[in-house]
Design a protein around this ligand. Structure first.
Ligand SMILES: [Fe+2]
Ligand SMILES: [Fe+2]
Length: 313
């Protein structure tokens, strides 16, 4: 069997929003965060994952102690884990600066979990014919996103992405990204409350991915289980590890297909607390709408489990 015909299985665990010592649990389940993250990692290992992708929002709000906890938990388990910053892993003007690390700290702190230099974006060979392209959308080096929860890819990184994909020709390239390239719920449109889930300059990124025939992107941020399609590109987004329904996702990649299976955390009591926090706890949305939201978070069957055809590389 040559490497072109091998299967690769990995897991996606995203948006754990670790918040140690928080007095409020809330819909991001800070009081269960550590148990959930450790549990998802153990289940990924037991389920045969060869590595884990974590596309961002590792911490509640980029507190140094939560970054330290995240790195410690990742270090204590044997799987390779590749991380990205989310909008909650960088500085925001509305948060106290002394307890809120900025984007410059991310790459140096997470060496060994993807970043190798000073940039929070990177690419690496997962296998000889399989390359991971990790795109940073959380902030730019000049902290231009400090006043928004939205995401953007600056011109320097766009140029890097184009060059990197050109240099990776002949390999299957999979993209990891925090903010969404495609809408994942009926309310995701620019200018609406949900519009901030979409990457501000997603069309710039989409046109580069299209030009280089990229067929798979894995995102977080929206906290929903869904698969969206744009031409030959599938964007597979996974619900939060600690928000209802506390999901992780397995992905098996073959030479001409991708198969994915979503798992809710197998502790019904914890998941029922997450549902209660989302639908009854403090949240910026009326209760009826929140119940509808819970169904969107859980995802339709075809957005959770699917086998999709890919073009061979
Ligand atoms: Fe998040
Ligand atoms: Fe996010």
């Amino acid at each position: 069997m040559n490497h072109q015909s091998e299967l690769t299985t990995f897991a996606i665990i995203t948006d754990p929003h670790l918040g140690l010592d928080e007095s409020e649990n809330g819909w991001k389940m800070h009081q269960h965060g550590e148990v959930l993250l450790r549990g998802h990692l153990r289940l990924a290992l037991e389920g045969g994952a060869e590595f884990v992708l974590m596309p961002g929002d590792l911490t509640k709000d980029s507190e140094p102690w939560n970054h330290m906890a995240a790195r410690q938990i990742l270090s204590e388990q044997p799987l390779p884990v590749f991380v990205l910053p989310g909008n909650h892993d960088v500085r925001k003007s509305e948060l106290p600066a002394e307890a809120n690390w900025g984007i410059a700290k991310f790459a140096p702190f997470y060496q060994g979990f993807g970043p190798t230099g000073t940039h929070p974006y990177y690419s690496l060979d997962l296998k000889p014919s399989l390359r991971l392209i990790a795109i940073n959308t959380a902030d730019t080096p000049d902290e231009s996103l400090v006043d928004t929860w939205g995401g953007r890819v600056d011109d320097e990184q766009l140029a890097w992405l184009d060059t990197e994909l050109a240099a990776s020709r002949g390999k299957r390239c999979i993209v990891m990204i925090h903010h969404n390239l495609l809408p994942h719920s009926r309310d995701d449109h620019e200018g609406t409350f949900w519009g901030h889930f979409l990457l501000q300059n997603r069309n710039d990124v989409l046109s580069i991915l299209e030009r280089h025939d990229v067929q798979l992107a894995f995102s977080g941020h929206h906290h929903v289980n869904n698969i969206a399609r744009h031409g030959d590109l599938y964007e597979i987004t996974t619900a939060g590890a600690t928000t209802y329904p506390c999901s992780h996702r397995f992905v098996t990649l073959g030479p001409d297909f991708v198969q994915t299976r979503t798992v809710n955390f197998p502790d019904e009591q914890v998941v029922s607390v997450a549902l209660r926090e989302l639908t009854e706890g403090p949240f910026h949305m009326p209760t009826g709408d929140r119940q509808e939201l819970a169904a969107v978070f859980h995802g339709r069957p075809e957005g959770r489990d699917a086998k999709l055809a890919l073009r061979r590389i």
